[in-house]
Design a protein around this ligand. Structure first.
Ligand code: NI
Length: 254
């Protein structure tokens, strides 16, 4: 069974068939799914999905593209949502300097730091979104030595990966590693200790080859797993078993 450690089933892309798609996952070999939040509504929706499906878990947080909505009141609500037994992380949080209409870097960093502090006070791990902000993101991570986390859809350098592994962090990979231009990520995977790797789809986005361009769902996570197995020279079954164990250990799921 596979663990899709990052999928957005609260997304409007699943409005027509959310329950059917999720219900089909166990028979497609997907044993666990973690649904992160991007702001308050999606965090609430993630918790509701975790209540509806025994194999779905949630994270709550404000994505850097949605960080303008962060406030003391929002933080208080995140704190209360995080008390739910199926909320296993604060996320997804971080920095995104790619989209020009995102909040200014200073605002993103402030919201990111506040959520790192929240995770520390709740003793929860974090799920990091870092797009074209590698230097600043790592600086925030380093300033919270008590917080553990995962870089979702890792797109940084091998050098930064080595720093993160030394700090005890995990790296997670999406269908992007099946694309033709994935050479850098494959180099990182080749080096990365197997116990630091998690797999994800980031559904409905980042659909792996050969389905690129269509809506993504967790039924495609095996394509990510198979790519990792090929790079590591192990069987897909072994890669599935290890990434499942890694995800359960990281999120504290029995
Ligand atoms: Ni995401």
């Amino acid at each position: 069974m596979l663990f899709d450690t990052h999928a957005h089933y609260d997304s409007g892309a699943f409005n027509a068939d959310r329950m059917e798609v999720l219900s089909s996952m166990p028979e497609q070999g997907v044993g666990l799914i973690l649904n992160p939040g991007c702001e308050l509504d999606s965090s609430r929706a993630a918790v509701a999905l975790a209540e509806a499906f025994p194999f779905v878990y949630a994270a709550v947080g404000f994505h850097p593209s949605d960080c303008e909505g962060y406030s003391d009141q929002a933080e208080a609500e995140l704190r209360s949502l995080a008390a739910h037994p199926k909320v296993k992380a604060i996320g997804e949080i971080g920095l995104d300097y790619y989209w020009k209409d995102n909040a200014p870097a200073a605002v993103q960093q402030e919201v990111f730091r506040r959520q790192m502090a929240l995770a520390q006070s709740l003793d929860l791990p974090v799920i990091i979104h870092d797009r074209e902000a590698h230097h600043d993101c790592l600086e925030v991570v380093r300033s919270f030595p008590g917080v553990r986390g995962v870089y979702h859809c890792y797109s940084g350098s091998l050098e930064d990966a080595k720093v993160l592994v030394k700090l005890g962090w995990m790296l997670s990979f999406t269908g992007v590693i099946t694309y033709k231009n994935a050479r850098k990520a494959l180099e990182v995977i080749d080096w990365l200790p197997m116990d630091r790797i998690m797999i994800e789809t980031d559904s409905p986005y980042l659909t792996p080859e050969p389905f690129r361009g269509k809506r993504n769902d967790s039924g495609h996570v095996h394509l990510v797993c198979e790519t990792i197995a090929r790079v590591k020279g192990i069987s897909p079954e072994e890669a599935a078993r290890i990434t499942m164990e890694n995800g359960k250990r990281f999120f504290g799921i029995e």
